[in-house]
Design a protein around this ligand. Structure first.
Ligand code: ADP
Ligand code: MG
Length: 697
């Protein structure tokens, strides 16, 4: 078997030149993203069908996914122009008669003929009061069908496209696997393969397309998914190893500023805060760059930990940059950090793109001169030509928006500052290992004491008056209330109007005796600050807001979060919003006001919110609803795509792959050993253009 080297002409062969393909079919295959033989080998079946276990037509039940076979006894095409009426086939098998329905595929009327034999796959459902097979895919059975590739126990089913039939594609795949699978070079080191009991690549490719049974199929899949994960984790491990080997700054002052801040707090740190602060402190004191993720649910108290890190950098004579994903959040951070740090004599300043003219020049000059200890800004700080005098620490408060590539760019700035990434949304461990595999992990898994679980209720429009009465009662007890509006229209102006009208209505008609405030993104910084200060001081009772308050706002006296049009919010957003209440000793409430009939996903989001306060469970549901790509924006993350692996399904394998990757990189940091040559080549190919990994070569 080949070990290394460029793919042989064989695997790189354009499909067009493969026997039986030609330019016509090659075009159809290209629609599926398949240009070369190698592409095709890794084009995996969407599923396998056990054709030895067919369901008799008479035995189909509603809701069951089944495979049947039958001969066409009658065809009723949909009437012309009635797209919603299906094509109905009357079928006969040994058990008797049954029907199959195909929606939106009237053109098939021309393909089907009475007497043809079909294999059909679909779901039993009810149509015009009869049980029918709602067809998902189908295939003509031909006379040469004893051919085991179409009729064996486990037959692969591929994603097809109009003009490219399942049988044609399957025959082609069979031919390719038979002819070329042995040419694919082994990437996994023998030791890793043995230890994990993974099949050789050729065996895996054969097994994933044309398995002899379920066990072989599962083993093949496992092997290929493992390789995906290993290549990902190797890249991350190499990045990480480089960080730890590079020269960093040892920030190890006596800790006087930290002591003073801690002494000024009205509470003491939680056990979890103490633990993660200790981890961070050690990293900062060490002479290599810190690269750590601080993960904690809303309200777990990340801010104070970040402030301790900032003070440590400042006391050591360095500057600290705090970066937020949005301008609004940056503005909020600057308020929080000013309140904590300025009493200790540490100047804090805000740098955003909104800042213009002389003010901007002056602030930048002060930063460059080293007069400012703590600089708060948006992620644009990374790219912008902001010059620091002595940058020692970067705190990134992120919302899945700051990817591996950007972190690498930060390091590339040359100073090798310590980096602390904070995520407000707890993410499932599999995702953390993927997205932040190049970071060390600290978890705040404990909320400050005395927090009462927030009660969450979903209500329809009909309950609005009752809700207002409840809000009034809460206000009478001295509590404060948030009312939040989503982005409904594309236009910010229209959204603003909805929130503005609501604020006016609440003030004039509903709570004339209370003070209603309005907060939105278009207000200048000073105005926002003033409203927040007044809300914090209890002078505003009801704060109507667009989503600007999603993150970072901290008013312990607020006990109710009323979310209008809750069905329009994403799950993590809802959880963040809810996290604005329940910060004091009072019982707190989150009311999700929805209107109209909810879609299935919206229903599940609202349900999840009502059922749990646990950010990890919320994140899991969110991941299931949105899928990993959406969930963490693969494109932005700067990570290579998987060929086979699926984070939801193969999560457990990821941990194994990570362990092996770390062991491999520890023993052979640049993959120079002969047994790692295949791996190194695959790694470079997979990460091409993604990161500066090329220097491995
Ligand atoms: P998040 O992790 O969401 O950023 P914050 O840092 O905003 O959380 O903290 C939430 C609230 O908890 C703030 O009011 C903060 O002052 C308070 N807090 C943080 N740590 C503690 C603690 N150890 N004991 C009591 N309250 C705390
Ligand atoms: Mg926060």
């Amino acid at each position: 078997m080949r070990q290394t080297g460029a793919p042989p002409a064989g695997l790189a062969t354009p499909l067009q030149y493969v026997k039986g393909v030609g330019p016509q079919r090659a075009k159809l295959l290209e629609k599926k993203g398949l240009a070369t033989v190698e592409d095709a080998l890794f084009f995996l079946p969407i599923r396998h069908e056990d054709r030895t276990r067919l369901t008799p037509l008479r035995a189909i039940q509603v809701g069951q996914v089944v495979t049947c076979t039958g001969t066409i006894a009658g065809i009723s095409p949909p009437p012309p122009g009635r797209a919603r009426v299906p094509l109905v086939l009357l079928l006969r098998d040994a058990s008797g008669y049954g029907t199959a329905t195909l929606f939106g595929r009237g053109w098939l009327t021309r393909v089907f003929q009475r007497g043809q034999k079909l294999v059909l796959h679909g779901k039993g459902s009810r149509f015009r009061d009869k049980i029918t097979l709602q067809v998902q895919d189908w295939e003509l059975v031909e006379s040469d069908d004893d051919e085991p590739i179409h009729a064996g126990a486990l037959v692969p089913v591929y994603s097809t496209t109009e003009g490219l039939h399942q049988r044609t594609l399957r025959s082609l795949m069979y031919q390719l696997v038979e002819r070329y699978a042995a040419d694919v070079g082994e990437t996994l080191p023998e030791a890793s393969r043995q230890r994990r009991g993974l099949a050789p690549i050729t065996e895996a490719l054969v097994g994933v397309h044309f398995p002899e049974g379920e066990a072989q199929l599962a083993a093949a899949h496992r092997r290929l998914a493992f390789e995906d994960f290993l290549l990902l984790q190797l890249g991350l491990a190499i990045l990480r190893a480089r960080t730890t080997r590079s020269q960093g700054i040892a920030l190890n002052p006596s800790g006087a500023l930290v002591k003073r801040l801690r002494a000024s707090l009205p509470w003491s740190l939680t056990g979890a805060q103490e633990r993660v602060w200790d981890e961070i402190r050690r990293d900062m004191a060490a002479p290599y760059p810190m690269h750590r993720l601080l993960q904690g649910d809303v309200g777990s108290g990340k801010t104070i930990v970040a402030a301790l890190a900032v003070l440590t950098a400042v006391e050591a004579g360095y500057q600290a940059a705090v970066m937020a994903p949005t301008e609004i959040l940056a503005e909020q951070h600057v308020m929080t950090f000013s309140r904590l740090l300025e009493p200790l004599g540490v100047p804090v300043t805000l740098l955003t793109s909104a800042l213009k003219g002389r003010e901007r020049t002056a602030r930048r000059a002060a930063v460059a001169a080293g007069e400012i200890g703590c600089i708060v800004g948006t992620h644009a700080l990374v790219q912008a030509a902001v010059e620091f005098r002595k940058l020692g620490l970067v705190v990134v408060d992120e919302q899945h928006r700051f990817g591996v590539a950007q972190r690498a760019r930060l390091k590339a700035k040359g100073e090798h500052p310590d980096v602390l990434v904070m995520t407000a949304t707890p993410i499932p461990r599999t995702l953390a290992l993927t997205l932040y595999g190049d970071l060390d992990l600290s978890v705040l898994d404990e909320l400050p004491p005395g927090r009462k679980p927030i009660r969450t209720e979903a209500r329809g429009e009909g309950k609005r008056q009752q809700i207002y009465k409840f809000l009034r009662d809460q206000a009478a007890e001295g509590r404060q209330i948030y009312v939040v509006y989503p982005l409904i229209e594309e236009s910010e102006v229209i959204d603003l109007k909805a929130a503005t009208d609501m604020a006016r209505h609440l003030q004039a008609d509903v709570f004339p005796d209370l003070v209603v405030g309005l907060l939105h993104g278009r207000l200048p910084f000073e105005a926002k600050d003033e409203i927040m200060q007044r809300f914090k001081a209890g002078e505003i009772h009801v704060l109507v807001s667009t989503t600007v308050i999603e993150v970072g706002i901290d008013v312990p006296n607020a006990s109710v979060m009323l979310i209008e049009h809750a069905e329009r919010f994403g799950l993590s957003q809802l959880h963040q919003l809810r996290g604005r209440v329940g910060r004091g000793p009072w019982k707190s409430y989150c009311i999700l006001l929805t209107s109209g009939k909810l879609g299935e996903d919206a229903e599940r989001r609202v349900q999840a919110m009502v059922e749990t306060n646990d950010g990890f469970k919320i994140a899991d549901v969110d991941l299931q609803l949105r899928g990993p790509g959406e969930f963490f924006g693969t494109r932005q993350s700067g990570l290579p795509e998987f060929r086979v692996a699926d984070l939801l399904r193969d999560g457990a394998l990821l941990e194994e792959a990570r362990r092996d990757a770390l062991a491999i990189v520890a023993a052979d940091p640049e993959l120079r050993a002969p047994e790692h040559r295949g791996l190194r080549q695959a790694l470079l190919a997979r990460w091409r253009g993604k990161l500066a990994l090329a220097s491995v070569g």
